[in-house]
Design a protein around this ligand. Structure first.
Ligand SMILES: NC(=O)c1ccc[n+]([C@@H]2O[C@H](COP(=O)([O-])OP(=O)(O)OC[C@H]3O[C@@H](n4cnc5c(N)ncnc54)[C@H](O)[C@@H]3O)[C@@H](O)[C@H]2O)c1
Length: 347
């Protein structure tokens, strides 16, 4: 049977918009209908590069086009909610970048729109689709390191490198601090790996660059209902390193993850997962895990499955909201110098 072809409208031809469309444009069930960016040159360059039949600076006319089935929202965070509202009003399915909004009221409205419409919406909690994160989840669930007790997660970017210009971070920080923008991924991973809700958050922050508008280095600590603990650390700065290894520590050993891009041994096409056992007699285990860091096609297939077969997909919208609320309250906890118990805190 021929696969159905899905017409795609990409809104936002920047850093993450490129990663979405780069992964999708050659696939047999994908047709890139149009690329849109408020910068016309970017929209036109993307249309040429990815074979779109049209480009523009305003997405709204394309929402009336019946050949558009799926809209990818890859614009700044403060535009996600209004664009989603327009998309679902026109019956379009959506892949939307995280965070869903800039504050809790906006995030609640986002969830309400998703739940009350017939459109299917996948929010880009992209680590859920990453093969190495999925492998580690499987190892933890299989009891490979006993009971998970602690997660150490750093995801920092040394700004100024070609892939990460400082200006891009300055624009992102107008909407959300790094702990919200990127932390939604790791609050979500924490709950997902531990299989338990986060009950309280706290943390510290610092301003590392004099021209940063806000504190651009933050640490969030998390306590979970099952006794597991974790922290997430993020810096968007010219002064931090991008050494982003992750450790998941259990009662019988730990798992370390080094993403392909962070490897120093010359291997570039697979992530390195190492399992170290507390029992000195048991040799370490090494897994070379070929993986795509941001597997946009896997997310697209998840959305197609939601469209064709129903269901909530791999990242239920309530999980998206929980992760967002966790990081917003962590920022509040840092600002007010206290720990916040999530169940007791009003929005
Ligand atoms: N899932 C992830 O891992 C991940 C990674 C990076 C960024 N993001 C998110 O993606 C979003 C974009 O970030 P980025 O790093 O790609 O930024 P970027 O500055 O590289 O690109 C954003 C693009 O959107 C365009 N744009 C903004 N508003 C628009 C509008 N109303 N209509 C049309 N075009 C518009 C801008 O001109 C720009 O080209 C942010 O919400 C960010 O948090 C997610």
């Amino acid at each position: 049977m021929m696969k159905k072809t899905y017409g795609i409208l990409l809104i936002g031809c920047g850093h993450i918009g490129r990663q979405h469309i780069e992964d999708l444009y050659g696939k047999e069930e994908v047709r890139v209908v149009a690329t849109v960016d408020s910068d016309a040159d970017r929209a036109s360059a993307f249309a040429r590069r990815y074979g779109a039949s049209s480009f523009g600076t305003d997405y709204r006319p394309y929402l009336a086009d019946p050949s558009v089935d799926i809209v990818i929202i890859a614009t700044y965070t403060d535009t996600h909610l209004p664009i989603l509202r327009d998309c679902v009003a026109h019956g379009k399915h959506v892949i939307c970048e995280k965070p869903v909004a800039t504050d809790l009221a906006g995030a609640r409205e986002f969830v309400r729109l998703v739940k009350s419409s017939d459109s299917k919406v996948a929010v880009s909690h992209i680590l859920r689709y990453n093969r190495s994160y999925r492998k580690i989840k499987e190892l933890i669930d299989d009891g490979e390191i006993g009971e998970l007790r602690m997660a150490r997660m750093n995801q920092s970017h040394r700004a100024g490198e070609p892939e990460h210009p400082w200006d891009r971070f300055l624009r992102l920080m107008q909407d959300c601090p790094p702990l919200v923008d990127c932390g939604v991924h790791y609050a979500d991973v924490m709950r997902w790996f531990a299989g338990s809700p986060i009950v309280s958050v706290g943390g510290v922050s610092a301003k590392l660059d004099a021209d940063s508008p806000i504190d651009n280095y933050q640490i969030m600590t998390m306590e979970l209902a099952n006794g597991c603990r974790g922290y997430y650390e993020v810096g968007w700065s010219r002064n931090v390193s991008s050494n982003n290894d992750k450790d998941f520590i259990g009662t019988k050993g730990h798992i370390s993850l080094t993403m392909a891009a962070n490897r120093t041994d010359g291997v570039r096409d697979s992530d390195l997962i190492r399992i170290y056992y507390g029992d000195a007699e048991k040799p370490d285990r090494i897994i070379e895990n070929p993986s795509i860091y941001k597997d946009m096609y896997a997310q697209f297939r998840d959305l197609v499955d939601m469209i064709e077969n129903g269901g909530e997909g791999m990242v239920p919208i309530d999980d998206v909201f929980e992760a967002f609320r966790t990081v917003v309250l962590a920022v509040r906890a840092i600002r007010e110098g206290r720990r916040i118990v999530l169940a007791e805190e009003p929005d």
